[in-house]
Design a protein. Sequence first.
Length: 430
Amino acid sequence: MGVTPQEALARLFAALCMGLFIGLEREYAQSAKGEEVPAGLRTYGLIGLLGGVSGYLGMAFSPWVLAVAFLGLSAVTVTAYIEARGLRALHGAAGGIGVTSEVGGLLVFGLGALTMHGEVTVAGTCAVATAVVLGAKTPLHSVVKAMGQEDMVACLKFAVITFIVLPILPAEPFGPYGAFNAHQTWMLVILITGIGFLGYVLTKVIGAERGIPLTGLVGGLASSTAVTVSSAKRSKVDAELSEPLALGVVLANAVMVPRVAVIIAAIDAPLLLTLWPTLVAMLLASLVAVGLLYWRMKTHPPVEGEHHTEHVNPFEMAPALKFAAAFAVVSFLVTAAQHAHATAGIYGVSALSGLIDAVPAAVSLAAQLKAATGLTAHVAAQGVGLAMIVNSLVKSFLAWSMGSRLAFKLITACMVFISVVGLVVAFTCT
């Protein structure tokens, strides 16, 4: 079989634990509602163990053992479901009966079998994901209830551009210097629209004042520039949301600092020792700006009276496509400058990179420094700092060209303050 008794016992124990873990969630969910628990901790634990034992017997004798065991469990599950539904109808209980627990039981069996075949990591990940989905019934249903027909169409649009368009685009670089990459550019389109949709859902579920800043904080982990594009576009339509949208942009910009630091540490940690004054200065300045914006929101409450926000479609493609086209042009200019191998052009390359994101400059300069190409840590650190400063200032331009007047004023004030602090420290302390 290729499995020792010790390995088999360990895998069976893991299958049992996964079943118990999911069963714990099911039993807690049912008991919290004061309902009878038809299948809980013990049942799901035994189902997981049954899947593991069936997988073990299938490896020892025939794969049909696993198939027959699964069909037998399915028959028992269907019978129990029909009986429960009949009893509910007999007692005149209102409402229907779902099949979530039954499907969860069948899934636990499969996870047990998967564990026995050595895929413990995959099975464990699926078990955790299953428990999360089962436990997130209320928030998931809240999202569905908050959505309308237009939102469903938006989801389908996102699915098309992600799962149909993206896979057919070539991932190989093309054009002069290999500077263009259709797959990478379209990924940017997905990123911008995805961040817009995240903010749209959070706003409808938990409210604009909390949802929008949270979107900026999360979206900044991917691209603070993309957050700015989607936020500025939103403020143009919903001008009354300009303050929380501006706060989200500044939060995203603050996240850029630790993101760059982690990337540099992974490529060339010594560069971080030279760059840290600039990083700390820009992060502290960002936090000050966040605090001031938050104070402004609390001291300037919205006008009393009813207000109905007309939510914009988060999948408007025109702004995302324009931004992707600009990204392609700047990528070409950056690549061309890098091929010139001129130390004097480092600052120019960094500034060009900052027009889109500070990460390309950080990756390139850290890699060149590690490869000992003659670039000094001093120049590399200043180049990364310059990319971050330019990227911060670009957010002001995006707010001016796409956003409301108030959003532009707030974002510009914050970004100029952060950039001035970063510029002084970058060219005096590094």
